[in-house]
Design a protein around this ligand. Sequence first.
Ligand code: AMP
Ligand code: FE
Ligand code: FE
Ligand code: ZN
Length: 293
Amino acid sequence: MSLPKTSHTIAQGWDLHCHSVYSDGTATPEQMVQTAASLGLDGIALADHDTSAGWADAVRAARSNHMPLIRGTEITADMDGVCVHMLGLLYDPENESVQQLFATTRQHRIERMQQMVRNLAVDFPITWQDVLDMVREGEQTTIGRPHIADALVAKGLFPNRSAVFRNTVNRASKYYVPIISPDARQVVQVIGQAGGVSIIAHPGAIGRNARLLSDEQIAQLAHLGLDGLEVHHRDNNAEQQQRLTSIAHHLDLLITGGSDWHGTGKPNHMGEHVTDEQTVQEIIRRGAIGVIK
Ligand code: AMP
Ligand code: FE
Ligand code: FE
Ligand code: ZN
């Protein structure tokens, strides 16, 4: 469901895909919750990359703003060479396999980012400390390419993150280094073991990947316990949304929507895509931990 992009809209539904300063968003979890409240959203999910570190702040803000909150994470994964982002919602954050998964990915991310900085330093005046200076929550923040972009913007070399992505840190760039990621099959299983709900984020995002997950690959994940597909996302074009809707119906998967809001770090508007109440209630029913009200 698409919504007009004015701040006056009373958005119906839940935005199940938002980022904060605990990963590559520019807003605190509290600012995220306040933005959701000002838009009149029915609820919001925090889904920072590869961490649950922002959950406690988000819970406090949700309670004081009376904004329903689903706690989640966008987990970096790989399936036979395709980069997969998996939304894990309402899982038990104490689960050891989950904690191990995040710790490993976050360590790989740091090594990968340091290598990218070494590559970039050949042509740009950038150091690892410049990147760390862009990080808002210290070691709790999951570092990604947007923090490199912020460092280059801070030096006046580019106008904004998007310009850096267009020119310098995208997948095709000579400076790019891939992240070593867990297998998407393993991620579905770990989230399932931790009692969570797993949803493939933007599965039709051509442009992020040379190849998308095939129907067969999605079916394989469904047989391992995948719960849903994020059909409504700006990176899935109309043709992909149609394809994904049909796959979801065939495999009895939930259909969700989210904005992938990153504060001012991306042009995506909170609430531009949402998930309907009935689907949200089913997600809450399946989850190991409750919704915050
Ligand atoms: P990484 O996790 O380090 O691979 O970096 C990927 C992240 O960069 C994604 O999660 C997006 O949030 C962000 N990103 C991708 N493209 C852009 C863009 N054009 N402008 C700003 N952020 C972007
Ligand atoms: Fe991101
Ligand atoms: Fe993503
Ligand atoms: Zn995202």
